[in-house]
Design a protein around this ligand. Structure first.
Ligand code: ADP
Ligand code: MG
Length: 544
């Protein structure tokens, strides 16, 4: 497991400024005392605003411990053009993935060889046999990008993956972006240590776009709740939103604020764990309303569930091992119900990396996006993607993947979520050598996105890191659609929100994975600059 390796236990200023012409430095060189103040301010801000992970193992009757989530000390430089490009694509991506979700035939064909997809597909088949009673779906998506530097010295936006279930990190990122903007306004980023041999960027408010993830996700859930309308069952007096969550959840700070924001709008929200809690505390009426029976109000009337928001159920292990039958049964009950799902089981299936790869096959995008302009703009963000099956393209990929040198430029990915499943570069041939060949088709092969590096300081429970870093931008998309045989692509878009929220994560160069909660990267926000300024600040030396 790759961890942040360059830990600097105590901060030391490096000695710059021996050259004749001013050297461009970002972050600006800070005297130790100023940096120590910044670290202290960030710690206080994080504790005060819930920028925290819960240490579930220390949860006691009367207290609980937390630690601050990994954070960047300075906002990281990112080119404005590619940031705007990513935001500008999101509504088309939302439409694309809604249409893919409603194209059962294509989806089945694409995913039929994937083991975990089969578990979900069987749930879909079982529900379809009974007949679906809800045509609407809510999408809370996140499209992830990195910058790719090509040999001509240009940077291009390339998609890492597209997520359609339990898209996390939005609230954490929102907080870190608020924090960076707070630090900027109180002058914490004005360098005291610049002399005439060093130039830097004076970060102003206009470099730091606000992110509105909390309000955007919340309004998506509100719109689905409103669309559902009043309770249909005579047994319920009120509707509510149900969050399906993982047990022993250390990342509640990324979920609870959404719940509180909904309560603030007088919408009752309850959390149930996948899966015993769902089975114990919900029931289906004969007309398929999903009723929630809050354990704390045993004698009171049940509430009718308007929207089910999944922050669980995306990992294959949740459906295998002890209790796996329960998770499946819980998912069937939810899917059978009249509640609007976020996501529906078909929309969940579109998150598979196999779908991302299949969409990149020449001509396939046009099936979903007949407008050539839209298809072109979307495909411009695709890296090279190959299947690993026995097709001609798959055999070509197998050759690339098995070559000791060539494999360095690729990432091998199974269709699994949550981080830690990919195989990177030169590790691929050895990995394949000990994986039975009949299992290779579960993977896709993707060309490595080689990001230009800039400099920053990262603070996480592993320590302080100073040096070259790489960022990943995740644009959130919120949309509501109705399945309709008559509409183009079988999808009538009811709401497709202007994207104004994103997550931004940064890791040290040399770390392959990114998950912040698993300790690889840090939450961050972008400092938007012109391309030439960004390129002028790209450096990958360790000393900074
Ligand atoms: P997961 O579902 O585990 O999040 P991802 O596809 O997002 O899977 O991969 C995890 C991380 O690995 C990404 O956040 C990114 O940092 C890195 N990564 C994934 N694909 C590539 C790629 N093609 N090039 C470079 N880095 C990649
Ligand atoms: Mg990812």
């Amino acid at each position: 497991m790759d961890k942040v390796t360059h830990v600097v236990p105590k901060l030391h200023l490096t000695d710059h400024g021996k050259s004749a012409s001013p050297r461009m430095e970002y972050p600006p060189p800070f005297p130790d005392s100023q940096l120590e103040n910044l670290v202290s301010d960030i710690k206080d801000w994080q504790i005060t605003h819930g920028s925290l992970l819960k240490l579930v193992n220390t949860d006691q009757d009367s207290t609980v411990l937390t630690h601050a989530v990994g954070a960047c000390l300075f906002p990281t430089l990112f080119p404005k053009e590619q940031f705007e490009q990513a935001l500008g694509l999101q509504k088309v991506y939302n439409k694309l993935y809604a249409r893919v979700a409603e194209d059962e035939e294509w989806l089945y064909d694409t995913l039929k060889d994937d083991e975990f997809a089969r578990v979900l597909w069987d749930i879909h088949k079982e529900v379809k046999k009974e007949g679906y009673v809800q045509d609407h779906s809510l999408g809370i998506f996140r499209s992830d990008y990195m910058l790719d530097a090509n040999p001509a010295g240009q940077v291009k936006l390339k998609q890492v993956e597209f997520n359609t279930i339990s898209c996390a990190g939005g609230i954490h990122s929102n907080l870190i972006s608020d924090m960076h903007r707070h630090l900027q306004r109180r002058g914490a980023y004005v360098a005291a240590g610049l002399d005439d041999t060093t130039a830097s960027i004076n970060i102003s408010a206009s470099h730091l776009p606000p992110s509105h993830t909390l309000s955007t996700i919340t309004s998506g859930l509100v719109s689905a709740h409103t669309l559902y309308g009043p309770p249909k069952s005579p047994d319920a007096e009120q509707t509510c939103i149900l969050f399906i969550v993982q047990p022993r959840n250390f990342n509640i700070a990324d979920e609870r604020p959404i719940e509180y924001a909904l309560w603030d709008q007088n919408i009752p929200v309850f959390r149930v764990e996948l899966s015993p809690e769902i089975l114990a505390h919900t029931s289906l009426t004969p007309t398929r309303e999903l009723l929630y029976h809050p354990p704390s109000r045993a004698a009171a009337a049940p509430l009718e569930v308007s929207v089910v928001y999944l922050r669980a159920g995306f990992e294959a292990e949740e459906y295998s091992g002890p209790g796996c039958g329960d998770a499946r049964e819980a998912r069937v009950r939810v899917e059978l119900s009249r509640a609007v799902k976020c996501p529906s089981i078909l929309s969940h299936l579109t998150t598979f990396k196999k779908v991302q790869q299949a969409l990149a096959v020449p001509g396939v995008l046009q099936r979903f996006l007949p407008s050539s302009g839209e298809a072109f703009n979307i495909s411009s963000t695709f890296a090279q993607l190959y299947p690993m099956d026995a097709s001609a393209a798959g055999l070509e990929a197998r050759e690339l993947a098995m070559d000791e040198e060539v494999s360095e430029g690729y990432v091998l990915k199974p269709s699994l979520e949550g981080g830690g499943h990919n195989v990177y570069g030169s590790a691929i041939p050895a990995f394949l050598a000990c994986t039975p060949e009949e299992e290779w088709s579960r993977y896709i092969l993707m060309s490595k996105i080689v990001s230009p590096t800039v400099q920053n300081l990262l603070m996480s429970p592993q320590g302080l890191y100073k040096g070259p870093v790489i960022s990943e931008l995740g644009v959130f998309g919120v949309c509501l659609w109705r399945r309709s045989g008559e509409a183009e692509g079988r999808v009538e878009m009811i709401g497709n929100t202007e994207p104004c929220c994103w997550s931004f994560k940064t890791k040290s160069k040399g770390v392959d994975e990114m998950s912040v909660v698993k300790g690889y990267g840090c939450f961050d926000s972008p400092a938007l600059v012109d391309n030439d300024v960004f390129m002028a600040c790209c450096r990958d030396d360790e000393q900074g």
